[in-house]
Design a protein. Structure first.
Length: 360
């Protein structure tokens, strides 16, 4: 019998960062031949066992997914340190075809309780508490005993709630971007509530990406202030740091859940990010035309509280964050894997998934 290529299966992905949150997310990948499985994402670059390297993760079409730190322990285990977008982690997971095994031995209630300890906001805490007290289990049990029609209807309703709850459970990454001197850092400091980023009339002041967890209304958000975009003379050595800052800003925009493109009129054309981008005009105290704007317009210096309200409204509507919190005790799936399965599966598949979720 010839030895065909070994089928690599059962590659496990575990997240080491608590609760799947934070600016950096560390994933452990374990399984036979894990390095070979990762190779296509690395453009076949080899990182020897026992070493680490900064790598560019790319999709099949060559587009950049993320700059990551790769630590190779052995051919059976490696760690990836990614930037914190849930979408990015999901992409890596699906590209590698990993099985999702978030602590398989723990029950629904235990998993909800574990996440409760690190809940990012009050709505998230309330929602997780209800599931830790058994709301989701009770609904799964009810659905399992229902007719196919009722099962599908109930599963879709749960999936919709899971979708609405998503941004409370996984704080979105919101990036402030736009031309230099648009007031990005001034707005960032307002939202953070203290002087975190350097504000200056000198263009090119912000070079690194600055991060803070902030509250916008009831929603916790990971907010990033980036270097402004302006045309630079690439050859000028004194501008190279700023150039690198702009490069970084572009990368962060690409992996953000939402980009707020801040610009005083006339607006500099934003990058083509579609639904993940919202335009906001800034410095509107300087502009007599402000009444006629098609986009939300704010001035941090003239009306800071109004600016905060406007940004909160734009973020909530762009991400479709629900206005009303769930009633206490409402069953809500709190893991993406369950929400996805509930949204798409046929009755026979749903029944088997429910059985699986309920046995633990
Ligand atoms: N008139 C006015 N000036 C502002 C406003 N917000 C920021 N500035 C000023 O604009 C300059 C650039 O601000 P900064 O936040 O550093 O812009 P960034 O380059 O986009 O980060 C600074 O001198 C700020 O004080 C505003 O709402 N109105
Ligand atoms: Mg700045």
């Amino acid at each position: 019998v010839s030895q065909g290529p070994r089928v690599t299966q059962d590659l496990r992905l575990r997240e080491l960062t608590a609760g799947g949150r934070g600016a950096i997310r560390v994933l452990a990948l374990e399984g036979e031949g894990v390095c070979a499985r990762l190779a296509p994402l690395l453009g076949d670059r080899v990182v020897p066992a026992g070493t680490f390297a900064r790598v560019a993760l790319r999709e099949a079409d060559g587009s950049l997914l993320d700059e990551a730190i790769l630590l190779v322990e052995s051919d059976r285990r490696l760690e990836l340190h990614l930037h914190g977008s849930p979408a990015l982690v999901e992409r890596v997971r699906s590209t590698l075809g990993c099985s999702q095994s978030p602590e398989p031995s723990a029950s629904l209630e235990e998993r909800a309780e574990r996440r409760l300890e690190a809940a990012a906001s009050e709505p998230a805490a309330r929602l997780l508490l209800a599931q830790a007290e058994g709301a989701l289990r009770a609904e799964y049990e009810r659905l399992r005993a229902s007719s196919d029609d009722e099962l599908v209807r109930g599963a879709r309703a749960l999936a919709e709630r899971g979708r609405l709850a998503h941004w409370h459970l996984e704080p979105p990454r919101v990036v402030l971007a736009g031309p230099v001197n648009a007031g990005k850092s001034t707005l960032f400091n307002l939202l953070v509530g203290r002087e975190r980023a350097v504000v200056s009339p000198a263009p090119g002041t912000t070079r690194d990406v600055v991060h803070a967890r902030v509250k916008l209304g009831t929603l916790a958000v990971d907010l990033f202030d980036t270097a402004g975009i302006r045309a630079l003379d690439r050859a000028a050595p004194e501008l190279q740091v700023e150039q690198a800052g702009q490069e970084l800003a572009r990368e962060w925009c690409a992996s953000a859940d939402l980009v707020l493109w801040l610009a005083p009129a006339p607006a500099t054309p934003p990058p083509p990010l579609g639904e993940r981008l919202r335009l906001v005009h800034t410095l509107d105290d300087r502009d007599p035309e402000r009444e006629r704007r098609a986009f939300p317009s704010l001035s941090v210096l003239r009306a800071p509280e109004e600016a905060r309200r406007i940004v909160t409204g734009v973020v909530h509507s762009a991400l479709a964050v629900p206005r009303e919190p769930f009633a206490p005790g409402t069953p809500v799936p709190f893991e993406k894997e369950q929400t996805d399965a509930l949204a798409n599966a046929e009755p026979v598949v749903l029944r088997s998934r429910l059985a699986q979720w309920l046995t633990r």
